[in-house]
Every structure is written in structure tokens, then in C-alpha cells.
Design a protein around this ligand. Sequence first.
Ligand SMILES: NC(=O)c1ccc[n+]([C@@H]2O[C@H](COP(=O)([O-])OP(=O)(O)OC[C@H]3O[C@@H](n4cnc5c(N)ncnc54)[C@H](O)[C@@H]3O)[C@@H](O)[C@H]2O)c1
Length: 290
Amino acid sequence: MDINDIKTVCVVGAGNMGHQIATLCAIHGFKTVCTDISDEQLQKAEAFVDKYLPGRVEKEKLTAEQAKQARENISFTNSLEEACKEADYVIEAAVEVLDIKRKVFADMDKFAPPHAILATNSSFIVSSKIADATNRPDKVINLHFFNPALVMKLVEVVQGPHVSDETRQISMDLCTKISKVPVHLKKEVDGFLLNRIFAVIGKEANWLLEMGVASFEDIDNACVFGAGHPMGPFRLNDLTGLDLSYTIGMENFRNTGDRADLPGPSLVEHYLKGEFGQKTGKGWYDYTKK
Ligand SMILES: NC(=O)c1ccc[n+]([C@@H]2O[C@H](COP(=O)([O-])OP(=O)(O)OC[C@H]3O[C@@H](n4cnc5c(N)ncnc54)[C@H](O)[C@@H]3O)[C@@H](O)[C@H]2O)c1
């Protein structure tokens, strides 16, 4: 099998990441089925597509014909079975909880054709923790997109010891076909490449905040105006989700026992109030105000 055999993509999870990954695949010519357990999320995702595609035509990034084709390519369903049944490549972008991912992968394995590759967009769960929930471990891989997936070029393709070279090659080729820049991780490592690097910056930024050295706004300003980052770590955190950072911090602590890995008190405070960032209207910054 090679990339030319991949015609239909299924995206599982229509949240922050999933709806954009699905839109991207549809724009690049794949028949794309997006699925979620939440009808509300599916409606939001469909409304996004209906607004985004005409917007791209207005900005002359797509022709009207390309937008029409992309719209025809994408469909939405709350049935995982329906979504997977014709898929050649499945990208899972459901919540970052290992038990849920293992259950979703077992179901994907049941419903998708035997040749289909099953990828996870997980931020830190390596696919070897999921692969044995399926009967095709050689076809289970990490395909890690960045947020916002329609904009960010990088995709990390992580080849665990169970992953075949064919699966890795098709995954790299798929990324290229949807205009992304894939990087190949030859070994599994928690956090992969870029998030490990960002974690160091994030940890230091949180320490500076918790020690009262500077406000989060000023720490962000230092990174933007001093280091030329497109946004500071707190603004970025609002984009990626404070709930995700909380989960990752807790999971890291469980793995290492190192208290330095625990989410900081300010992050925990926002988390407990349900302030997860842009998606809830409030996180470090308040998006409900103009
Ligand atoms: N947010 C980011 O910046 C970012 C970046 C890269 C990777 N990721 C990873 O992508 C994945 C999704 O993150 P997100 O930010 O889009 O989360 P999100 O909370 O915005 O969306 C998750 C979606 O999964 C759905 N879902 C939950 N259980 C499901 C199931 N059993 N079947 C189908 N759908 C289910 C939820 O209804 C929700 O719509 C996570 O693994 C995360 O680690 C996130």
C-alpha cells in the first residue's frame, strides 16, 4: 500500500483539533468523514466549515470550485462505525485520556477496513500505549498536528518500535499531501519534539509567575517582543487549552513523582473554575470582553 491508496480519511473527535484536521483533509481532496460523540460539537464543526470555506474564497486562497469540492468531500456523523467503514486512514483527535483512547482505538479497529492506518493526534501519549488495543499494531502511529491545525505547518510523525516502515511512509506522505511539513521521530519519547522544548519555556514562565516576579501579560510580552515568538506561553496556553496542560501536568507527575511536574496553583485555579482558555471564553486572558 502507498499514499495513492489513501482516498478516504476519517477524523474521530470534532473538537479544537479534529474539526480543523478534517477540513484540511477535505480541502486537499480526501473524502473526509468527521465523527464525535457530541452532536453539539459536530454541529459546531459543520458550521465552521460552512463559514471557513467561503471565507477562503473571499480571501482568494481557494477558488469557488475548490471550496465547493471541499464541502462535498466532508461529512459529519455521530456514528463511529459509519465514519470508519470506508476509511483508508483514521486520525483520532478525541480527549487526551488513555483509557478513552484505547477504547476508541479498539472500536476503530473493529469498524475500519483491515488495511486502514489508525493514527492518534495525542499530545503526549505514545502510540505503543494504544497499539495493543487493536489487532493491527504495525498500523498504529502518532500523527501530531499543532494548533491551529489549518495554519501550523508542522506534524510530528512518531515511529514507535511496533510501527511498520510502510505506515510511517504513508503517514509522512499524507502530511505532505495536505501541505504540512512532517518530521520523523525515530523513537518514542513523551511530549515528542516541540512540546518538550515548549515545556521548558512553559515551566520557567509558570515559575516566574508563581514567584510573583512578573504578571503573565508581561511574561508573554517578554517572549513576543524580546524573543520574537508569535505569542507568549500564556496566550499559547489559552489556545491549546488549560485543561490539556492540567491533564499533561498531572500525568507527568504520576509518571515521574517530581512535584515540579505538577500544574502550578494559578493554572489549577483556572482549571477548577472551568476556565480552559479560548474555547470557554476565559483562561489566562478574558475573551468575553471586546
Ligand atoms: N489543543 C491542542 O492544542 C492540541 C494540539 C495537538 C494535539 N492535541 C491533541 O488532540 C486531541 C484532541 O484535543 P482537542 O484540543 O481537540 O480536544 P477537545 O476537547 O477540543 O475535543 C475533543 C473532542 O473529542 C470528543 N470525544 C470525546 N470522547 C470521544 C469518543 N469516544 N469518540 C469520539 N469523540 C470523542 C469530544 O466530544 C470533543 O469534541 C487530544 O489528544 C490532544 O492531546 C491537542
